[in-house]
Design a protein around this ligand. Structure first.
Ligand code: T5A
Ligand code: NA
Length: 217
């Protein structure tokens, strides 16, 4: 019996972590694994660079345009709201939705800029009301380790001091009202080992949700 039959809905699974922590790699593996087991799965990533708002974000990240700090923060949030109704509908219809970055990134990257009137609490507000994940898999890797992986350094936030601040802020968020969502995964291990830890965490949460028939938060 699959998750949808047991729980009456799909799961909302989020991946978070620093740039190059391995989120996209692990999202793809989990999608593949769940599909093989007969689950309906949809893979979403934020920013979704394909929408008009997403294109503005893409330009900003590639350094081709400037945006005022509050403005880009609200664009990232709006980019999630664009997809919120679709995500809810998919989950209600029994599809598990796997999300590569969500509002946790939205909060910590904006806060890490150090703008004095944008603390974590301010940054969290525009995303309040978005569906809450059943589990947030935090792929934990030091900025130094992440920097050794391919491609790092090309986009706006890919600088060691900035990533160090981001990692610290993820730590703060893991102690906040959002703490129940987080499961920390050691992302410094091999791809297979990381995938195995993720699989076992997802199975655990699916079983506990099925037992309590918990609705989407
Ligand atoms: N942002 C995002 C905000 O500021 N606000 C927001 O609201 C949101 C949603 C773009 C930027 O936007 C910021 C955060 C980001 O700075 P993005 O498009 O998701 O976000 O870009 P990245 O997260 O930077 O995506 P990356 O592709 O850099 O990182 P991933 O997905 O974590 O890493 P992945 O899987 O692509 O792997 C990176 C490399 O490492 C290797 C892979 O083969 C690849 O070469 N790798 C491993 N190597 C060794 N061991 C392992 N276990 C490995 N796993 C993967
Ligand atoms: Na990615």
């Amino acid at each position: 019996m699959n998750t949808a039959d047991k729980l009456g809905r799909g799961l909302l699974i989020v991946f978070e972590g620093l740039d190059r922590a391995g989120k996209s790699t692990q999202c793809a593996r989990l999608v593949n694994d769940l599909e093989k087991r007969g689950e309906k799965v949809k893979h979403v990533r934020f920013p979704d660079r394909t929408t008009p708002i997403g294109k503005m974000i893409d330009n900003y990240l590639r350094g081709e345009s400037q945006q005022e700090d509050h403005v880009i923060h609200l664009l990232f949030s709006a980019n999630r709201w664009e997809l919120a109704a679709t995500i809810k509908a998919e989950i209600a219809a029994g599809t598990t939705v796997i999300v590569d970055r969500y509002y946790y990134s939205g909060c910590v990257y904006s806060t890490a800029k150090g703008n004095p009137d944008m603390d974590l609490a301010w940054c969290r507000h525009p995303d309040e009301g978005l569906p809450r994940p059943d589990i947030c898999l935090f792929l934990d890797l030091s900025a130094a380790e992440a920097a050794k992986r391919g491609g790092w350094g090309e986009e706006r936030y890919e600088k060691k001091e900035f990533q160090d601040r981001v990692r610290k802020l993820f730590g703060t968020m893991r102690e906040s009202a959002d703490k129940d969502d987080f499961v920390v995964i050691d992302a410094g291990k091999s791809e297979e080992e990381v995938a195995d830890s993720i699989k076992s965490e997802v199975e655990k949460v699916a079983a506990s949700l099925a037992a309590s028939k918990k609705p989407l938060g």
